[in-house]
Ligand binder design. Structure first.
Ligand code: CP
Length: 309
């Protein structure tokens, strides 16, 4: 069901992509993965295209990965960080972006703490917008690289079983993963303490499992999420130590399962909380492959959107 063009000129969320879009992004990423493993890693596909990376919230992986993807495609790149900008003097989001666009920018990659901020921009400006994470809403390129990495391990994801573990309530990665995996035909379970599992989640067609061991025994892949303390204004569990003892994935619990499962984490990791170091750094973990695949996936998204201009 692959198409030759994306059905959309923005990537605001996985919710708005078709299965064909996702498969096209994966096929295109496959080609770019080959490119970035060559001695000369650069192609001229985005020559004459200017991309602005607007980050209103902290990032390491996503920001570096987009910048590298843009440079590998020969785009001109400008970077903006809210903490060192005139946003601090009270400038609005639309004024900030319109000023940047006056400098003839074609595409905008934006991370923002407010859910819907990239969609708001897409309604007001002409550039292609890529959502690099909007609050607790969506993080589409993370879900694409996660699903692509799972597919590399398991083959086609139809019927495969994926458990998403941890702080589902505050996670944009969880929502984008659920949409992406379901569009590819996978089954999804979410697992975590009841306080961190939103009530609406079963309306999305996912299973809920509160027992860590059962959730891990059920799945082929566990995608373990970070406890997002910076988004928690009240206490959702008694202490990090108690969270780790009930929901932390450690070597002992993995060794007690009847099969070897794939371990993933979008980063940044709280070592010793949601995952122990001996698991994160083990041969079951594909955390660094996820990061490598992120560059190829983002090259694919940028390339396909540029073709829609
Ligand atoms: N996975 C992820 O979004 O990481 P960063 O916050 O470092 O970009």
């Amino acid at each position: 069901m692959t198409t030759s063009q994306l059905s959309t000129r923005h990537v605001l969320g996985i919710k708005y992509l078709t299965e064909g879009d996702i498969r096209l992004i994966f096929e295109t990423a496959e080609n770019f993965k080959e490119v970035i493993n060559r001695p000369i890693k650069k192609v001229p596909s985005l020559r004459d295209v200017t991309v602005a990376n607007l980050f209103f919230e902290n990032s390491t992986r996503t920001r570096l990965s987009f910048e590298l993807a843009e440079k590998r495609l020969s785009a001109d790149v400008v970077n903006f960080s809210a903490s060192s900008s005139s946003v601090k003097k009270g400038e609005t989001l639309l004024d900030t972006v319109n000023n940047i666009l006056s400098m003839k920018v074609d595409m905008v990659v934006m991370r923002h703490p407010a859910p819907g901020a990239p969609a708001y921009l897409a309604r007001h400006i002409d550039a292609n917008i890529i959502n690099a994470g909007d609050g607790t809403h969506e993080h589409p390129t993370q879900a694409l690289l996660d699903a692509y990495s799972m597919q590399e391990q398991l083959g086609d994801l139809k019927g495969k079983k994926i458990t998403i573990m941890g702080d589902i309530l505050h996670s944009r990665v969880a929502l984008s993963n659920i949409f992406c995996l379901q569009k590819l035909g996978a089954q999804v379970t979410v697992c975590g303490p009841p306080t961190l599992i939103p009530k609406y989640i079963t309306n999305l067609g996912v299973r809920v499992e509160y027992d860590l061991r059962k959730a891990l025994e059920w799945c082929d892949v566990a995608n373990i999420l970070r406890i997002q303390l910076e988004r928690q204004d009240i206490k959702f569990f008694p202490s990090l130590r108690e969270y780790a003892s009930s929901y932390g994935v450690n070597r002992e619990i993995l060794d007690s399962l009847t099969k070897k499962i794939v371990i993933m984490h979008p980063g940044p990791i709280n070592r010793g909380v949601e995952i122990t170091s001996d698991v994160a750094d083990s041969d079951q973990s594909i955390i660094l492959q996820q990061v490598e695949n992120g560059v190829a996936i983002r090259m694919a998204v940028l390339y396909l959107l540029a073709n829609k201009r």
